[in-house]
Design a protein around this ligand. Structure first.
Ligand SMILES: NC(=O)c1ccc[n+]([C@@H]2O[C@H](COP(=O)([O-])OP(=O)(O)OC[C@H]3O[C@@H](n4cnc5c(N)ncnc54)[C@H](O)[C@@H]3O)[C@@H](O)[C@H]2O)c1
Length: 251
């Protein structure tokens, strides 16, 4: 038996996850699937999405989709709802943490950064709102980052988007609380994903990180998923408009 919680309120819930084919998003997909939720996910990466579908024995819904294309994201949300029923949990998870100095950044690169890191949070939330309202409530979880607070170099667009996501989550929570829709931001510290290991998480960088945190252990995607499960479940029914930080004590 697992030492971690399972949530009866998540059984048969229809959950839509952006960027679910790899990284933390893929762990969201498997974690909600393991709770008995009906999981739909989208991603740019067709082959990773197909591989995850095979791992789940086909027991989920996947569509290749670029979330920077508003119509494609709206269409995927509509198609998932047609297939599985009204979406009552949305996890806005996609991001791209490509780095460059602000001096190097062109206006086009800035817009591109916000197009992937911020705009889909609005488009996705706006698309699920009517169905959540009609269903009598729902939950939106927006992946933010402690970098919105720390403001590291070479991540201007990403960091600005994450700060905006924290603020947007609060506003949506206020506007939609009357419809029993809860909206929270979830801010991880440095999570050990395949992309981080490949690009940024060198032994030296990790040693620096470990000096700055209270808990000297790696944060794994499963740690983030367990908080998302709690936030999506009825166990957190009075938590909304918050930015929940899970960073081993870095901030
Ligand atoms: N990994 C970390 O250390 C960390 C730390 C803080 C916050 N976060 C946040 O957690 C979330 C997940 O991060 P991750 O590390 O798993 O990211 P990741 O880059 O490993 O995975 C992101 C997924 O989104 C997909 N994706 C990217 N652009 C897309 C697009 N335009 N359309 C559709 N899919 C697209 C990718 O293919 C990938 O499957 C992000 O919001 C990120 O900002 C991560």
């Amino acid at each position: 038996m697992s030492r971690y919680a399972s949530y009866p309120s998540l059984k048969d819930k229809v959950v839509f996850i952006t960027g679910g084919a790899s990284g933390i998003g893929a762990t969201f997909v498997t974690s909600f699937h393991d709770q008995g939720s009906k999981v739909a996910f989208v991603d740019l990466k067709q082959s990773d999405g197909d591989a995850l579908m095979r791992k789940l024995g086909g027991n989920a819904w996947f569509k290749q989709c670029d979330v920077t294309d508003a119509k494609a994201l709206q269409g995927a949300i509509g198609a998932a709802a047609q297939a599985l029923g009204p979406i009552t949990v949305l996890i806005n998870n996609v991001a791209n943490d490509t780095r460059q100095t602000t001096a190097e950044m062109t206006p086009e690169a800035w817009r591109k950064d916000l197009a992937v890191n911020l705009d889909p949070v609005f488009i996705g939330s706006d698309a699920v709102y009517p169905m959540m309202k009609q269903a009598g409530g729902g939950v939106i979880i927006n992946l933010s980052s402690i970098n919105a607070i720390l403001g590291p170099e070479r991540l201007a667009g990403y960091v600005a988007a994450k700060g905006a996501i924290n603020s947007l989550s609060k506003t949506l929570a206020r506007e939609w609380g009357v419809d029993k829709i809860r909206v929270n931001a979830l801010s991880p510290g440095w999570v050990v994903t395949p992309r981080q290991l490949e690009l940024w998480l060198t032994p030296e960088a990790e040693a620096e990180w470990m000096k700055l945190v209270a808990l000297k252990e790696r944060i794994m995607p499963e740690d983030i998923a367990r908080l998302a499960l709690f936030l999506a479940s009825d166990d957190s029914r009075m938590i909304t408009g918050q930015n929940l930080i899970i960073d081993g004590g870095r901030t």
